[in-house]
Design a protein around this ligand. Sequence first.
Ligand code: NDP
Ligand code: 8X3
Length: 251
Amino acid sequence: MKIAFITGATSGIGEAIALKFAQKDINVIITGRRLDKLNALKSNITSNTKANILALKMDVTDRESVERVINGLPDEWKSIDILVNNAGLAVGLDPIQHGNPDDWEQMIDTNLKGLLYVSKAVLPLMIARQKGHIINIGSIAGKEVYPKGNVYCATKHAVDALTKSMRIDLLGNGIKVTQIAPGLVETEFSLVRFKGDEERASKVYQGYKPLEGKDIAEIAFFITTLPDHVCVNDILMTPLAQANSTIVDKK
Ligand code: NDP
Ligand code: 8X3
């Protein structure tokens, strides 16, 4: 059975990918900061699938912790076939001149530096086996900026650039690198962005049918089923009601 390592598996897209992979007999290493959520997902997967699961608390912004967790994986979990770099967040939605530098740092540390730390730690395991698949969760915000998206959009443009760079640098090592760049997906994303303001967060998803985590999970699983010589580079996916970063058909 394959092994997948998923960051940010406690909620939303990462949780849906973990569940989908487990349902498809992929053993999963689920990581995130919230241990209670990790344990709840572990019980769900254990009760409902045949997959093995390892739940590990890991903050992607903490380089030492990332190295400790990945270097300390039990031998039977070291053969990681799929790395899903999903952990990420937006914090705040302000014009650049009113932005909060603490918010900026959290987004850069998580979305950009976290992805680098995790990839750097997992890559030696894939290179040793000359095999692997890295799936980076980017965003439509990494394709086109939108008003007040500034730093979040910049981090996702960086994910877009790193995905392309990884594919070049890793060429010849048998490692596929794919970006999935979703549009609006209803998760905890907006609740985090608006710092717990539930009313404001829920408005983001009103008046149309947004994507769900499981829609992204379908695509993430599909791209892992293709023959060894086929590498999907990039997938931009939106709800039917979304034409681009700023135009959404809300009723
Ligand atoms: P959620 O808020 O539902 O999930 C975010 C996940 O990231 C959580 O599991 C959270 O876990 C984890 N995370 C955040 N910070 C850290 C950290 N420092 N260390 C480890 N894990 C962390 O949002 P989504 O599922 O929507 O977001 C997942 C990814 O998808 C993000 O990269 C986001 O940018 C991207 N995306 C989201 C879209 C959307 O519209 N929802 C659209 C396009 C892309 P915990 O808090 O337990 O650490
Ligand atoms: C999340 C989608 O459009 O809110 O990446 O930036 S968006």
